[in-house]
Design a protein around this ligand. Sequence first.
Ligand code: SAH
Length: 241
Amino acid sequence: TMKRLFLLMLLLVGAAATEPVQSGEYFATERRQMVKDITEMATNTASVTGIGKFASLVLEAMEEVPRHEFVPREKISAAYKNRPLQIGHRQTISQPFIVALMTELLNLKGTDRVLEVGTGSGYQAAVLSLLAAQVYSIEIIPELGEAAQNNLRRLGYANVQTKIGDGYLGWPAHAPFDGIIVTAAPDHIPPALIDQLKPNGRMVIPVGGFTQDLLVLTKRADGTTISETIVPVRFVPLTRD
Ligand code: SAH
């Protein structure tokens, strides 16, 4: 029986070694590590961001969304590293820490309707969809927007609606929004986005040139706005048609 046990163990080792990296359990482990990494980064950057700890709902969403399904196949082994990755068309999927930070800053309620400008891979939209009632996301590059839409459907994110267009103009048909998140950087806050924000709504947006400031703009009940600078960031530029 010892010999049989030994053989069995060899078989198991063999099976583990040849197991494809696509195993769900493998990615769940990587995802837990990613959540640890961004939690640690939140602690280390608390003096700058003013946020030492992400809400547990935000962390749960980060732990649930399969980021490896949103990165190009050849980058899959880096999917859960806390860093941005190229997704083609000279665009990037943001660093997980930044996705969590922007999500946290939106301060979403489950009944909220959110607009995202810059669908990219669709990853940020998927994270938002777990914390809001409805997500509307606009992408200016047709190939990226279509790929993201197909991917979000395939993965079952039914409360995300996407369209191809210029997000500088917002999405008037679905306005106003409780929250707006912009994941490409303009050099000024697009006026249409302020118009399309509800009273007491929040907009999280990087504003600037090569590097930007991440801002949280809040619309008061009387329609006036205040904005707060959170942290320096680097996003791809917001482009126009
Ligand atoms: N949120 C994305 C990352 C976005 S990268 C994710 O989770 O993967 C920024 C994206 O904004 C790019 O895909 C870029 O094409 C898009 N973009 C740039 N200017 C835009 C505009 N005016 N309207 C809509 N999308 C725009």
